[in-house]
Design a binder for this molecule. Structure first.
Ligand code: CO
Length: 249
């Protein structure tokens, strides 16, 4: 059983610089911060709605996270789904022949965690987590509500996410776009050719009940953003490589 998006992982060059933006400018509270030697990262989890954003700074050049940063630069790295039973899910996926990085869970910032191989979900790196500590109460001014994913085959990836994780699907525009519901966060699967040919996670949408306050914080922090009708888009240069849409419903 997969309840929701636990977090979205973002690889950054400097955790301190990323905290200047995500914690101090956007106002997202830090839930947990630690060095995870096993994964070669310094990491922080910040509350955003019922999910979290995980900032990862590589500390060891031989790890996958460091190679990702060297090759792709800062940006969206992985999607973590919460389950009650990470060990059982990894065993079941292994028995079904789903490509895995971890066959047994290991300790991570989000609790007991394990990664599927990116081939399992059309290039999207998926982590599973069973939290071992309750999240401290933390009210965030911005809540994660949508992850946009580019793919050659939105219907195929949607059906894959449904088959692996039981996520309900909704087709939009006669199947040109597919939305998979992961608790309060929607995974919007769009054709890669509409997204500059890019595959994988492309952008995050955050909701706020006070867009004017979010704009004031961005202006005070001298962060670049574009204004739309009812939405702003933070420029990736300001948000450590993550196109970030902020709207007020
Ligand atoms: Co993670």
């Amino acid at each position: 059983m997969f309840r929701k998006v636990h977090h979205v992982g973002i690889v950054v060059r400097s955790l301190e610089a990323a905290l200047d933006f995500y914690r101090d400018c956007l106002g997202l509270p830090v839930v947990r911060m630690a060095e995870v030697p096993d994964q070669g990262v310094r990491a922080a989890l910040l509350a955003s709605g019922e999910s979290e954003l995980e900032l990862l700074e590589p500390t060891d050049p031989s790890t996958g996270v460091a190679r990702f940063l060297a090759k792709r630069g800062e940006g969206l790295h992985h999607l973590c789904l919460e389950t009650d039973d990470v060990a059982g899910e990894l065993t079941r996926f292994g028995a079904r022949g789903v490509p895995l990085i971890d066959r047994v869970p290991r300790p991570g910032l989000a609790g007991r965690i394990g990664f599927l191989h990116p081939e399992a979900c059309a290039g999207v790196l998926v982590e599973l987590a069973t939290p071992t500590e309750a999240r401290p109460p933390a009210a965030a001014p911005l809540g994660l509500c949508r992850v946009v994913v580019g793919t050659e085959d939105p219907v195929g990836l949607g059906e894959r996410l449904q088959s692996l994780f039981g996520l309900p699907l909704q087709e939009i525009n006669a199947g040109k776009r597919v939305q998979a519901e992961a608790g309060p966060v929607a995974l919007l699967l769009v054709p890669a050719d509409q997204a500059g040919g890019t595959q994988g996670m492309l952008a995050l949408s955050l909701q706020t009940d006070d867009l004017a306050a979010a704009i004031a914080r961005l202006e005070a922090g001298r962060r670049g953003f574009l204004r739309g009708a009812r939405e702003i888009t933070v420029e990736p240069a300001s948000s450590h490589g993550v196109p970030l849409h902020i709207s007020q419903p």
